[in-house]
Write a protein that binds this ligand. Structure first.
Ligand code: SDX
Length: 428
């Protein structure tokens, strides 16, 4: 394989180094291109552009491979837990027993919000979207930890990471309770991460939510499957913020805002709303698929397609299987799951989707499980954000430990050439 690439421009030849990753991916290193040629590269949407070297997550989109620190997602989904995977992503290895106990204790020790933060929740209107509350309150939480703005030593990083990971769960639950006009339910130190979230979401002051192993396991699996996904839009946003040395909470809050978009993490909410609309219209999905293929309809088959996966998203496979298991365990029959399966079958036979290599992604079935658990659709992307937090934290840490320069892309200017100020009375 070549170790360099040749570029010919204006009659001159340039040699550019090829770098290779541990899985054999190759990149043309263009870091000296502008100095050598005066040209920059242009790749809108970054479909062909690597922003960094990373050791956290590997995806092979053609083969449908996803590994966290080298471990296949299928093994982690079957054998691990969200908290273990969070440690794996952030610290680079599965924790041994003392490390897992220490990390779990850190999460418990940091589960409460400062009491003064409750006043912030009161300021939001009842219909406030919980993603707006989440991003705002993550930054608000940082105000109670001024050491965040100064302390970047590695040895305290796990404490900061646990603080953010634990509090984001409490903030999310409080946001849900606020939106329902319900009193906040405080975490219980004896409950583990995911069970505590369900407790804070659904318990009442006079009656604790009845935790069942099936529901706790199903939600923990969703968190785990969302934990990281290399340089997706929101993780790239976190790395961008981290590159200016913004603090961990501020960088994570930026990730929440980026994740909210319906083309990204907001798709799980959009999928459920799409399925509900199809169900209410009495459509078996055929009419909707026809619209999704029509560029002028403004509709897309939400939960389908992916920038990297040109085959089935391995997470979608696992979630689809979990849908059947969870609904059976909860004795729920959901017509939306039947519609989703029919849509998948129809789309995967349709040349439009086949030619464009559009398959179900992580968002296509995840909402069915959340709906079965009782999580409202406006909280779906919040659940995604909680799950993605370890990946954002791990990528933040990787930036802060590297000698990475501040991210500052160039552009090709296509605006007006030199012009001059026109006094008001002369303007048309
Ligand atoms: C996530 O990056 C990550 O890793 C993200 C994520 C993570 O874990 O972080 O995996 C999570 O965000 C998953 C994606 C969730 N979004 C959706 O489900 C929204 C629906 N899907 C899309 O809008 C789209 O597929 C994207 C945004 C996911 C990918 O967009 P791309 O790579 O920019 O592809 P594109 O928009 O250029 O589409 C290529 C073609 C176009 O048709 P042509 O112009 O070639 O004729 O495919 C068509 C698109 O119109 N197309 C779709 C479609 N997705 C793409 N047509 C109908 N329905 C769709 N869902």
């Amino acid at each position: 394989m070549d170790k360099t690439a040749m570029l010919t421009l204006d009659g001159k030849s340039y040699t550019l180094p090829i770098i290779a990753g541990s899985e054999g991916e190759r990149a043309i290193d263009v870091s000296t291109l502008r100095n050598q040629t005066g040209c920059i590269t242009l790749d809108e949407g970054y479909g062909n552009t690597g922003s960094c070297r990373s050791q956290i997550t590997f995806i092979d989109g053609e083969k449908g491979i996803l590994r966290y620190r080298g471990i296949p997602i299928e093994e982690l989904a079957e054998k691990s837990t969200f908290v273990e995977v969070a440690h794996l992503l952030i610290m680079g290895r599965l924790p041994n027993s003392p490390e897992l106990r220490y990390f779990s204790d850190l999460l418990t020790d940091n589960e409460l919000l400062d009491e003064a933060m409750k006043h912030h929740f009161e300021g939001f209107p009842a219909h406030a979207h919980p993603m707006a509350i989440l991003s705002a309150m993550i930054n608000a939480a940082s105000c109670f930890h001024p050491e965040l703005l100064t302390d970047r030593q590695h040895d305290c990083f796990l404490v900061q990471a646990a603080r953010l990971l634990s509090k984001v769960r409490t903030i999310a639950a409080f946001a849900y309770r606020k939106s329902r006009g319900l009193p906040a339910i405080y975490p219980k130190p004896e409950l583990k991460y995911t069970a505590n979230f369900l407790h804070m979401m659904f318990s009442l002051p006079n009656r604790d939510y009845a935790l069942t192993p099936e529901v706790v396991r199903a939600l923990d699996l969703l968190f785990l499957l969302h934990a990281d996904h290399e340089q997706n839009c929101s993780t790239a946003t976190v790395r961008m913020a981290a590159s200016s040395h913004a603090n961990l909470f501020a960088s994570a809050a930026a990730g929440v805002c980026s994740l909210w978009g319906p083309l990204h993490g907001g798709a799980n909410q959009a999928v459920l709303e799409m399925l509900q609309a199809i169900h209410q219209a009495g459509d078996d999905g055929s009419r909707f698929i026809a619209a999704a293929k029509d560029k002028h309809s403004g509709k897309r088959l939400m939960g389908f397609g992916h920038r990297v996966y040109k085959h089935y998203d391995p997470r979608a496979k696992i979630i689809k299987r979990a849908c059947d298991e969870v609904l059976a365990e909860l004795h729920i029959s959901d017509p939306l799951l039947d519609i989703a399966k029919h849509l998948e079958e129809a789309a995967l036979r349709d040349p439009y989707f086949i030619e464009r290599k559009l398959y179900p992604n992580v968002d296509f079935y995840s909402g069915i499980i959340m709906r079965a658990i009782g999580i409202p659709v406006e909280m779906f992307t919040v659940v995604f954000a909680i799950g993605r937090m370890p990946g954002w934290i791990a990528n933040y840490k990787e930036v802060m430990e590297s000698s990475a320069r501040i991210c500052r892309p160039r552009q090709i200017y296509t605006g007006p050439t030199l012009d001059h100020y026109t006094p008001l009375k002369e303007r048309k």
